[in-house]
Design a protein around this ligand. Sequence first.
Ligand code: SF4
Length: 211
Amino acid sequence: MRVHACPVRFYYERNEPLAESDRYAVCKQLSYHLGTPLDAEAVWNEVSSVKPGIDTALREYLDLCVASCTRQEWKVALETDVRVVSEKHGIAGMIDRVTGDGAFSVIRATGALPMGTYSADRLRVAALALCLEEMTGRDVAGGTIEHIPDGIARYHDVQPRDRRQVLTSLHKYHAIMDGRLPEPPLNAPCNRCRYKDRCASSTGRRLSELL
Ligand code: SF4
C-alpha cells in the first residue's frame, strides 16, 4: 500500500526495514481483547512484555483507546494474525482478526475519517479479500477496518476499482523491485515529504512532458 501512496517514496525506501510504532504496538495488543471486558492494566502488562522499554507515556494513550473501544460492541475474534496468500497474484498478508464465516478485520492505530475509508485501507482490504477468495474458493465482499484510537469499526465493501488499484500497485511494485525508478504521480502527497528536493527536478521533467 506504500506503493499506492507514492511509488517514488517507496522506491527510495524499498530496502529500509519497517519499524512498528509504539502506538501500533498498543493498539495491536488491545485488539486481542476486543469483544471482552477491557482491562487497561492487563493490556499494558502485555504491551510492555512485547515491547520492553516502550515509552511509559503510551500508558495514557492506551487509556484513551480503552475508553473509546469500551463505548462500542465488538465481535470476539475466532482467530487472530491469520496469514493469507494469493499465489495467482504473488501477494501475502496478515489478517488481524477473523470474526466469523469469511468476516475479517484489520486494525489501525489511526482515527477513522468522518465518512468512508482511507484509500490505503480500501486497498489493504481488497488485497486481503483477493487472498481469502483464492484460499477458500468463495467470494469475499469486504472487510472491516477497526480504528482503535477512536473505537470505530468501519466495514468496506470492496469495489472493482479497489481490485484494479491493487493490481496496478502490484505491477508498480514489481517494476520498482526490478530497479526501475517510477515517475512521481501528479497527486503525490509531497507536503512534508522528506524527498521533496530529490524529486523536484524529476517533477519538472514530468510537467514539461505533459504541457
Ligand atoms: S516528494 Fe512527492 S513524489 Fe517525491 S517521494 Fe515524496 S511524495 Fe513522492
